[in-house]
Design a protein around this ligand. Structure first.
Ligand code: GLA
Length: 709
C-alpha cells in the first residue's frame, strides 16, 4: 500500500460498566423479500463450487524463495486450514525473463504442489510490475509524472495505462497466461493487475490527445463542451479540441470532472484488454476479479467493477485498531459496488509497514475483523502476506511466517479461523446480506466537494460514517450503493452530501419516494448537475418540488450553531443551510438557534409526505446525539424491523440470509467481555451449543441460528 488513504479512528474508550451489560434483543424474523428470487436461487459467485463456502487464503510468492522451501510452506498452510493462494501478481520477470521467452514451468510446479496440499490458486496478471527489460527497451511504456519526468524502474505501478505499447505487452502476457492456466483445474480464477496503479495516470502528449478524443466523442462539438463548462469564464472557451489541457489542481470544475471520468475510462479499458485476453482461453468457471481499496476514489468504482465476476478489496487498518463502524462501512461500500458478496483478497495479519506507526493488531483482533468481514458479505479472507521477502520494499510488513521460516504468534489465530471457516461453511453457504436501508454514495459528488470543500475540515467519510453508525444500530445490515441503483427493496434511503444529482437521477429518486420510500437528503445535496456545473435552481435542484422546500443559502461555519426541534437540542458543525418551505404540508423538524443572524430561527431540517412516501432534507452536520435521535425517527417512520438490536455497545450484530434461512453474526470489537441476551434458546454455531445468552470475551465472535424443530 503506497498511500495513507485509509481513515483510522481510534478504538472507542471502553467503559468497565458495560462489561456485563446484558441487553435483550428482540428477534423478528424477516422474510427473504428484497433480494430477487432469481438472485437468491443461484449461489453467490464468491463461493466456489467444490470448495468450502468460506475460505482463508494467503498471498504467496514462490518466485522469491528456493523451490526446496515450497513444500514446507504449503504444509504449514495446510495445517492452518489455508485453502487458497493468490499467486504471481508481481512475477512478470520470473514468467517472461526476456522478451517473448516464457517460463511457466516453475509456476506450474508451485500450483501443482499447492494442489497436493488441497490449496487452490488464484492467479494474478503481473501488470502492476513490468520487468526491467521491458521498461528499458520501451521507455514509452513508463508513466510520465505531472512534472514531465518519466517514472523510474524499481517501484511498481510504473506502467502507463494509456500507452498502446504497454497495453499490448499487458494483453500478451495475460493471453499467454490464460492459454496456459485457463484449463488448469487448480486455478479457480484471476486477479487483474493489482490495485490498478492507484489510478495514476501518465501526463504525456499521447495521453492528452486520447483525452481530447474522448471529450470529442462525449461532447460532439466544442461549443457544447464550452457551454457545459461555462468556458466564457476567464476566457477558457476552446476553439479546437487540441487546445484542451490535462487539468492541474484548481482548474475548471467541469474539466476536472471529465479528467476523472477519463481516468475511469482509461483504467476500465486497460482492465478490459486483459479480461478479453483471459476470457478468450479460460474456462467460464474461472472468475475474474480486481483488487480495490475501500475508500480510495481514484476512479469511479461503479463503472470499473461492472465487467468483473465479483469485487475484491484489500482491507488494512494501518495505524490503530479495529473501528467496526468504519470497517463495516467499507465492507458495505465494496459489497455495494456490484450489490453482491465480495472477497477480502488482502488484509493485514498483524501490522503494515506504510504508516507513521505500524502497530500490531491485538490478540484476537485479526479473527474478529475476519468474522466482521464475513458478517458483511465476504466469503474469502486473504492474508498479506505469507512470508516477507528477505529484501524488497516491504521487509517490515506483518506476515504469518517469520524471517526464520517458522510461524509467528498470529499464525495460530489464523489457523483457528481456518478451522472455524471449515466448520461453518455449510451454515453460510448460499447466504447473502439483505438490507432494508441504503446509503447513497457517488464518486463524482465526492470529487466535486473535495475539490471545493469550502471549509477545509469538511470530511465526507466522517459524515457518511455519522449516518452509518446510527442507522446501522436500527437494522441488521445496511447497503451503500450508487444513487442510480434499484431502490425498490429499501424502506429508507439516506444520501448525505450527494452534491451532483442529474435530472435523470432526481427522477429515479423521486420515483422511489412516490412509490412509498423515505428519502433523506443531507447537506450540500443537489447543488450541481452531472457536468459539475451549478444548477440554475437552488438546492435540492430537481428534487425541490418533491420536497416543497429549498435551500435559500448555505454557510460554512466558524463555530458550531445550536439547533433544536423534533430530535432534541444539539448543534450543527462545519455547515448550515437555511431552508425555506414553499409547500403547505412541509413539517419543520429542526430550527437553528441564535448564531450569525442569517440562520437565527430558520429551518435546518424539513420533511414532507410525497406520493406514497416521504422526503426529508437535513441542512446541517448533526452532532452524535441529535443524529442518533434522527436515526430513531427515520427507523420508526420507515417501520424498520431490526432483529437483533440493541446489542451491548461495541458489539455488532449482522445477518446473512438464504431462502428464508437466517444466520446472525455477533462480533465484539472491544477488548472487554460483553454479554448478549437472546430472546430464546438459539444455536451457537461456533461454540457448538444451544443457549439463550452469549458471552463474548475480548474480540469474541459467535455465529447464531434458530434451533430447528
Ligand atoms: C497492498 C498491495 C500489496 C502489499 C500490501 C501491503 O494492498 O496490494 O501488494 O503492498 O498493500 O500492505
Amino acid at each position: 500500500m503506497q498511500f495513507g488513504i485509509f481513515r483510522i479512528t481510534p478504538l472507542r474508550k471502553l467503559s468497565a460498566l458495560l462489561m456485563a451489560s446484558a441487553l435483550l434483543f428482540s428477534l423478528v424474523l424477516h422474510s427473504s423479500a428484497g433480494i430477487s428470487d432469481e438472485k437468491n436461487s443461484v449461489p453467490p459467485p464468491t463461493q466456489l463450487p467444490g470448495q468450502p463456502a468460506l475460505l482463508v487464503g494467503v498471498a504467496w510468492y514462490p518466485e522469491q524463495w528456493p523451490e526446496s522451501r515450497w513444500e514446507e510452506d504449503l504444509k504449514l498452510m495446510e495445517a492452518a486450514h489455508i485453502r487458497a493462494v493468490r499467486i504471481a501478481e508481481f512475477a512478470w520477470s520470473a514468467m517472461e525473463p526476456t522478451e517473448a521467452y516464457l517460463e511457466f514451468e516453475w509456476l506450474d510446479r508451485a500450483i501443482a504442489l499447492a494442489a497436493k496440499h488441497h490449496i487452490i490458486s488464484i492467479v494474478g496478471t503481473p501488470t502492476a510490475a513490468p520487468p526491467a527489460w521491458l521498461t528499458f527497451k520501451y521507455p514509452e511504456t513508463l508513466r510520465v509524472e505531472v512534472n514531465g519526468q518519466r517514472v523510474q524502474h524499481g517501484g511498481r505501478a510504473h506502467g502507463s495505462p494509456t500507452s498502446p505499447k504497454y497495453r499490448e505487452f499487458c494483453r500478451r502476457i495475460a493471453e499467454q497466461m490464460a492459454k496456459h492456466y485457463g484449463h488448469n483445474p487448480n486455478v479457480v480464477g484471476w486477479q487483474i493487475d493489482n490495485e490498478y496503479g492507484y489510478a495514476l495516470m501518465s501526463y504525456d502528449e499521447g495521453t492528452r490527445k486520447q483525452f481530447q478524443d474522448w471529450l470529442k466523442e462525449k461532447f460532439k462539438t466544442v461549443e457544447n463542451l464550452n457551454a457545459h463548462w461555462t468556458a466564457a469564464y476567464w476566457s477558457q472557451s476552446y476553439d479546437n479540441w487540441s487546445e484542451i489541457p490535462i487539468p492541474q489542481q484548481g482548474a475548471n470544475p467541469g474539466l476536472m470532472l471529465e479528467w476523472k471520468n477519463f481516468i475511469t475510462y482509461s483504467w476500465t479499458s486497460y482492465q478490459q484488454t486483459q479480461i478479453d485476453a483471459i476470457r478468450a482461453s479460460a474456462e467460464p468457471r474461472q472468475f475474474i476479479t480486481g483488487n480495490f481499496m475501500g475508500w480510495f476514489d481514484g476512479f469511479d468504482h461503479y463503472g470499473i467493477t461492472k465487467p468483473l465476476t465479483f469485487v475484491s478489496w484489500d482491507d488494512y487498518v494501518g495505524s490503530g485498531h479495529f473501528d467496526p463502524d468504519w470497517n463495516g462501512l467499507m465492507h458495505d461500500l465494496m459489497r455495494g459496488l456490484k450489490r453482491e458478496n465480495f472477497w477480502v483478497i488482502e488484509t493485514q495479519p498483524s501490522n503494515v509497514n506504510w504508516t507513521p506507526l505500524n502497530n500490531s493488531l491485538n490478540k484476537g483482533e485479526v479473527r474478529a475483523r475476519a468474522w466482521q468481514a464475513i458478517a458483511h458479505g465476504a466469503d474469502y479472507i486473504g492474508y498479506w502476506q505469507w512470508r516477507s521477502a528477505l529484501n524488497g520494499q516491504e521487509q517490515y510488513h506483518g506476515a504469518l511466517i517469520g524471517q526464520d521460516g517458522q510461524p509467528v504468534p498470529v499464525y495460530d489465530e489464523v489457523a483457528m479461523l481456518g478451522r472455524e471457516f471449515d466448520q461453518l461453511s455449510d451454515a453460510l453457504r448460499g447466504t447473502r446480506v439483505q438490507s432494508e436501508v441504503a446509503l447513497l454514495h457517488s464518486y463524482p459528488s465526492r470529487w466535486a466537494i473535495d475539490w471545493q470543500k469550502h471549509t477545509n475540515r469538511y470530511d465526507q467519510g466522517a459524515i457518511l460514517k455519522s449516518y452509518y453508525r446510527v442507522l446501522r444500530k436500527q437494522t441488521d445490515s445496511l447497503d451503500v450503493i450508487s444513487p442510480d441503483a434499484p431502490l425498490a427493496q429499501y424502506r429508507l434511503v439516506a444520501a448525505p452530501d450527494l452534491n451532483l444529482i442529474s435530472e435523470a437521477t432526481a427522477k429515479h429518486l423521486s420515483e422511489y419516494v412516490h412509490n412509498g420510500g423515505h428519502l433523506v437528503l443531507g447537506p450540500r445535496s443537489a447543488m450541481k448537475d452531472e457536468f459539475n456545473a451549478l444548477l440554475p435552481h437552488t438546492q435540492p435542484g430537481f428534487l425541490a418540488e418533491a420536497l416543497g422546500a429549498h435551500v435559500e443559502q448555505y454557510y460554512a461555519l466558524e463555530k458550531n450553531v445550536p439547533l433544536a426541534g423534533a430530535w432534541g437540542a444539539g448543534e450543527s458543525s462545519l455547515w448550515a443551510e437555511r431552508i425555506k418551505a414553499t409547500a403547505p404540508n412541509v413539517e419543520v423538524l429542526l430550527r437553528f438557534g441564535i448564531s450569525n443572524g442569517w440562520l437565527d430561527d430558520q429551518a435546518a431540517a424539513v420533511t414532507r409526505k410525497f406520493g406514497k412516501g416521504r422526503i426529508t432534507y437535513i441542512g446541517a452536520v448533526l452532532d452524535e446525539k441529535t443524529m442518533a435521535a434522527a436515526a430513531e425517527w427515520m427507523a420508526k417512520d420507515a417501520g424498520l424491523t431490526s432483529s437483533l438490536t440493541p446489542a451491548p455497545a461495541g458489539v455488532e450484530i449482522s445477518r446473512r440470509v438464504a431462502n428464508g434461512r437466517e444466520v446472525y453474526l455477533a462480533v465484539n470489537a472491544t477488548s472487554e467481555l460483553k454479554t448478549l441476551q437472546l430472546p430464546r434458546t438459539m444455536k451457537l454455531l461456533l461454540s457448538q451449543t444451544e443457549a439463550s445468552r452469549v458471552e463474548l470475551p475480548a474480540y469474541g465472535v459467535e455465529v447464531i441460528s434458530n434451533v430447528q424443530h
